[in-house]
Write a protein that binds this ligand. Structure first.
Ligand code: ATP
Length: 878
């Protein structure tokens, strides 16, 4: 295939014509060589994003801040009319600052990219005769792809084998109803995309059934690709915290500019040079306006998200990392998330007896023979290259149940080929497959007992068909459910030929019951501990399941979900008005037989009470509930792509315990952002007070512009960043969730910023006054060093919100210790290396003065430790 068959109207061709045009064998798929050739021609199957900004553009963007530009302009003017060395140093510091910003931004972008790659959907394809899963970006024209309910279609396909398949094409056509697919060739070349019923298009969702198709277009050649440029690309989303910080930053900037103006005029009044004072005031503004805070928050969130990805919690959107700490409800599916999803058949009730496995009975006798065939044939299980069954765990369990009795699907499916089916759907809770047997047709139906038993008119015994007592069988199913089994009723019906209408009404009536099968799915071992952690963290765990209420309540009890377990059925929710349900929602810890629409009702009702709801979902129909939930959680292993696409976070191991771990990690990240802000704001406050207050107490200008910028770059920068590596606070999961509307400055933060800022300034000015009035020439170096070291002492003290440094361990954050040592060494360099003395206008300190500069800041440490002691005692900031 040398040329792109782009213009071929594939829907007007037969499957064979398409196959020959694309040079592919539809049974075996493409060969490796064909794939390699086509990848080279067509490239990756992706819609390229708009052009990325280059590194140089990013670097220039670092200077877009107005204050930095003003500083640069002032520095250049100052250089032109006076001493050039200050100008050069200011330039170097500003460039260094921009470089650090650039590196951080680049790392954050890489982290976000890596996350994006990890959430790309997979495609199930047949290549070289083997079924395999590959990242959908690797699809090429000619690939044979299998799609089923829950999948997102990842390339344009010409369907050639369709089983009860429906697609939601809203993403492409805007039409909200689903479209039924078929495989026949269509005549009309002019058919609009939405009417090409034998095609499936990239970006659309499979809502029902399954199909096989051959890829006819990838990437930008797809119908979606053609309109992709028209689609709005959503820009970067700011998190609520970033929004607030931006707004706050704006107000703070005004205040700082006023202070800078006061410093400027006060300096002039004392007779300082205009240019010096201008540079001082601008440097102060640059140093104190926290313009980098929102960016720093992005970096923390992105890095945190990357770390969480390594622990199986993939963040699809950054704001999620922030909101995790506010979660008050985790509504989780039962199967696979709370349980291990390793279902197996443990009990089969038929013909008046109860057995554990088909291996215990004579499989040649009735009703066991039909029951065994049903288990083998009526399941959508495929085998991988090692003959391991793949598919829905319930189906796999049933398939293995048949194997226990020695019935192999492969051996009997040629005698009983499947000719039609009514796919499983979660609201009907049943599924039927139709097979030919000789001249006849047999329908096998399996599903929830309440769905199947009322459709049964007879029951098959060893003695033949007998009348059925539906109540008695339902009762029996209920008893099994109470023991924790997932119960399915199995039934069949014979037809003389394939009925004309393949609908639930025509097929799933007058059934003959074969028996009941009970599946066991043991709870995950780590879940009880995670549930108990939730409860101490003020988070309510809620189980939502499609299973029987008795099964649900048995498992909930085993997991100790609540002390008083109240189960509500989906039908009960439906019977209540929105208000009535909202009144009760907070008492319910288990929901059973719930349909996906009712999941939305649960989220809405909880949100009415102001709750922050995280909700898991794996089915196609779960997508709306996941979107509605504050944090929608998709499943990485099982479950529909559609659900994953709608979610904010994906659990790679489908495990409830991972959610709880993510919540605690989210709390840690938020705590550390808070510490970073606390540190930066307090440091800035200290610098501002020093410069602002000095003239009022009769002291000369304490710091020169280069010194101010140095403090901003070195002391604020390095240790501040290292705070993000801080470990979890001890009681992180025993405090209640953070209220979402709460400001970041609550719990004593603003008080801390004000008093510690003033305290550091007082110490520094005290040292200055002592040195200045004592006639020392070094007074400026002293105040500069005391201020720098005070900030280092401060950062050590705020590593934990409450715990003392000694209880968390001095060395438990090596990055921070490294940053502090580096900062101290750099400061020493500035004080003692003659070259830097010139540049930074410093002078070497005597041992006595240096000791003072080191001891005085210890007072800051002690004071903040005392503050924490008071917090621990509950005396302040409650
Ligand atoms: P959970 O919410 O705990 O994850 P679920 O969403 O997997 O449960 P459903 O898949 O909706 O639950 O299943 C609901 C009921 O439908 C089951 O209790 C079972 O009786 C029936 N059922 C499940 N899978 C099948 C299937 N493949 N064929 C027929 N019936 C099924």
């Amino acid at each position: 295939m040398d040329t792109t068959p782009q213009n071929a109207l594939f829907h007007t061709l037969s499957a064979e014509q398409v196959a020959s045009l694309l040079e592919v064998d539809l049974r075996d798929g493409l060969s490796d060589q064909q794939v390699a050739q086509r990848s080279a021609i067509y490239g990756a199957n992706e819609l390229r994003e708009k052009r990325r900004t280059t590194l140089a553009e990013k670097f220039i963007a670092q200077f877009k801040d107005a204050m930095i530009l003003i500083l640069l302009a002032a520095a250049v003017i100052a250089g032109a009319i006076g001493e050039i060395s200050d100008t050069v140093v200011i330039l170097i510091i500003v460039i260094l600052n921009a470089t650090i910003g650039l590196i951080q931004e680049y790392r954050a972008e890489r982290a976000v990219d890596a996350l994006k790659r990890m959430t790309e959907p997979e495609a199930r394809i047949r290549r070289g005769g083997h079924l395999q899963s590959i990242p959908s970006t690797q699809l090429v024209p000619g690939d044979v792809v299998s799609i089923e309910a829950g999948n997102v279609v990842t390339a344009d396909l010409r369907l050639f084998e369709v089983a009860d398949c429906e697609l939601d094409e809203a993403a492409l056509t805007g039409e909200s109803f689903t479209v039924t697919k078929q495989e026949e060739q269509l005549d009309d070349a002019e058919l609009p995309v939405g009417d090409r019923s034998n095609m499936a298009f990239k970006g659309t969702n499979v809502t029902r059934g399954r199909a096989l198709g051959v890829v006819v277009a990838t990437g930008h050649q797809t119908e979606l690709g053609k309109i992709a440029d028209l689609l709005k690309t959503s820009g970067t989303v700011l998190t609520p915290l970033q929004h607030r910080l931006e707004r706050f930053g704006g107000k703070l900037a005004v205040a700082i500019l006023i202070i800078a103006a006061v410093v400027f005029f006060a300096g002039l009044a004392r007779g300082e040079e205009v240019m010096l004072m201008l540079l001082t005031a601008i440097s102060l503004a640059v140093a104190a306006i926290p313009e980098a805070l929102p960016a720093a928050v992005t970096i923390s969130l992105a890095m945190g998200a990357q770390k969480m990805g390594k622990h199986n919690a993939l963040m699809r959107r950054l704001p999620t990392v922030e909101s995790l700490g506010s979660v008050t409800y985790i509504c989780s599916d039962k199967t696979g998330t709370l349980t291990s999803n390793r279902m197996r058949v443990e009990r089969i009730d038929a013909d008046g007896t109860s057995i554990n496995s088909l291996s215990e009975i004579d499989i040649g006798s009735e009703p066991w023979q039909w029951l065994g065939r049903l288990l083998a044939l009526s399941t959508d299980v495929t085998l991988d290259e090692h003959d391991e069954p793949l598919g829905d765990p319930t189906e796999v369990a049933l398939y293995l149940g048949a194997l226990d009795g020695g019935i192999r699907k492969h051996d009997i499916e040629t005698d009983f080929p499947r000719i039609a089916e009514l796919a499983f759907d979660t609201s009907r809770r049943a599924m039927t497959t139709l097979h030919t047997i000789g001249d006849e047709v047999v329908a096998f139906t399996k599903g929830a007992p309440e769905a199947v038993i009322p459709c049964c008119t007879k029951q098959l015994h060893s003695t033949g068909d007998e009348a059925i007592d539906q109540q008695e069988i339902l009762q029996q199913a209920e008893e099994m459910a109470t023991e924790g089994y997932r119960v399915l009723a199995l039934a069949m019906r014979r037809f003389p030929h394939l009925p004309d209408c393949i609908t639930q009404e025509c097929i799933e009536t007058e059934l003959v019951l074969l028996g009941l099968v009970g599946l066991i799915d043991p709870p995950r071992t780590e879940v009880p501990a995670a549930i108990s952690a939730c409860k101490t963290a003020g988070i309510n765990p809620v189980m939502i399941t499609g299973d029987h209420p008795a099964t649900a309540s048995a498992i909930a009890r085993r997991l100790d979900i609540a002390s008083d377990i109240e189960v509500m059925k989906g039908s009960d929710i439906a019977a209540l008005s929105e208000e009535e349900f909202a009144d009760r929602v907070e008492e319910i810890s288990v929901y059973a037989r719930v349909s996906p629409e009712q999941k939305i009702a649960i989220v809405k009702a909880l949100q009415k009470h102001g709750e922050f709801v995280a909700m898991t979902g794996d089915g196609v129909n779960d997508a709306p509930a996941l979107k509605r939930a504050t944090i929608g959680i998709g499943m990485g292993k099982k479950g529909a792509d559609v659900a994953r696409e709608a979610s904010d976070m994906v659990l790679l191991d489908d495990n409830f315990a991972t959610i709880v771990h993510a919540v605690s990690e989210g709390r840690r990240i938020f705590d550390n952002i808070r510490k970073f802000i606390k540190y930066t704001m307090t440091s800035n406050a200290g610098e501002v007070w020093v410069l602002f207050l000095a003239p009022f107490i009769g002291l000369p200008l304490p710091l020169l512009p280069v010194q101010i910028l140095w403090i901003n770059l070195v002391t604020d920068g390095l240790p501040g960043l290292a705070l993000s590596a801080e470990h979890r606070e001890k009681g992180i999961m025993s405090r209640p969730p953070r209220r979402p509307e709460e400001t970041i400055f609550s719990h004593g933060m603003w008080q801390h910023v004000v008093w510690v800022g003033l305290f550091i300034a007082a110490l520094s000015l005290g040292a200055q006054a002592w040195a200045f009035h004592g006639g020392s020439d070094n007074w400026q170096t002293i105040v500069f060093t005391v201020l720098t070291f005070s900030q280092l002492m401060h950062v050590l003290a705020i590593r934990s919100e409450q715990e003392s440094l000694f209880s968390i361990g001095l060395f438990s954050n090596p990055a921070l210790i490294g940053a502090i040592l580096l900062t101290v060494s750099l400061q020493m360099m500035i004080i003692y290396v003659p070259f830097f003395n010139e540049i930074f206008h410093t002078s070497p300190l005597s041992a006595h003065d240096l000791l003072l500069c080191m001891l005085l800041p210890l007072v800051v440490f002690v004071a903040v430790e005392m503050e924490k002691y008071a917090v621990r005692q509950g005396w302040i900031y409650n």
